[in-house]
Design a protein around this ligand. Structure first.
Ligand SMILES: Cc1ncc(CO)c(N)n1
Length: 245
């Protein structure tokens, strides 16, 4: 079974973060190892607090898995703070010594859709160690602007936060470029970025090429959003279970 090591925060609404990653990865036919980086206080619309997990506990959780499981890809969500990002980067470096081609997908979350903080301290500073180890970064338009030029081998900029009748997602790879256009769906969604990045990581763990993984994960995410459901007023939750898509 292809395995994805996930570092992400717990969103108790079940819409984003590690709960989203688990469902999206399972839906691709891979198995997730969920290492929690932070607990958050949030609902499906707003974030009220972020409490990072102790970085040495985080490292021990991942180390137990690294020592006994064959890991095919890594997905990085929010680290919670800079200390956790540094611990995660060191773990990825260790995995790379074992498998130099290990795919590492980073969702560079700077804030929630509403602009609420998802990091203790400077969110940009907390991302730096993760940007240094990622093979693919998946920023939305706002994050791409704030992060500036990215040195990662692959960047997929998502256009969900733009306007116009189509969502335009742009990939720049080693020596390839591609653009995808998806019909823009009505409504706002909670956890769409997590869904996409996790699905890409799972597909890379399955052994797909970057181009195939990006294409299929976008298609899956689009379907998940098209079949999304409400749990209250405001943002909708993507339907990530394939049997219900
Ligand atoms: C834990 C967590 N990670 C990521 C996001 C971004 O959607 C969120 N709201 N919560």
């Amino acid at each position: 079974m292809p395995v994805v090591l996930v570092f992400a925060g717990l969103d108790p609404s079940g819409g984003a973060g590690i709960a989203a990653d688990l469902a999206a990865i399972a839906a691709q036919g891979a198995h997730a190892l969920p290492v929690v980086t932070a607990l958050t206080v949030q609902d499906h619309n707003r974030v009220y607090d972020v409490v990072p997990v102790d970085s040495s506990l985080l490292a021990r959780q991942a180390q137990a898995l690294i020592d006994s499981v064959q890991i095919g890809a890594v997905k990085l969500g929010i680290p919670g703070n800079r200390a956790n990002a540094e611990a995660i980067a060191a773990l990825v470096d260790q995995l790379r010594r074992r498998d130099p081609a290990l795919p590492v997908v980073l969702d560079p979350v700077l804030a929630s859709g509403h602009g609420d903080a998802l990091s203790r301290g400077d969110a940009l500073a907390a991302l730096a160690p993760l940007l240094a180890v990622a093979t693919l970064v998946v920023p939305n338009l706002r994050e791409a602007q704030e992060l500036g030029p990215l040195a990662c081998p692959h960047v997929l900029v998502t256009g969900g936060h733009g306007d116009g009748p189509e969502v335009v997602n742009r990939w720049r790879g080693d020596n390839q470029e591609q653009e995808w256009r998806w019909p823009r769906l009505a409504g706002e969604f909670h956890g769409s970025g997590c869904t996409l990045a996790a699905a890409i990581a799972a597909r890379l763990a399955l052994g797909e090429s970057m181009a195939d993984a990006l294409e299929r994960a976008q298609s899956y995410t689009h379907q998940s959003l098209a079949q999304s459901f409400a749990i209250g007023a405001g943002q909708r939750i993507p339907q990530r279970l394939p049997s219900l898509l």
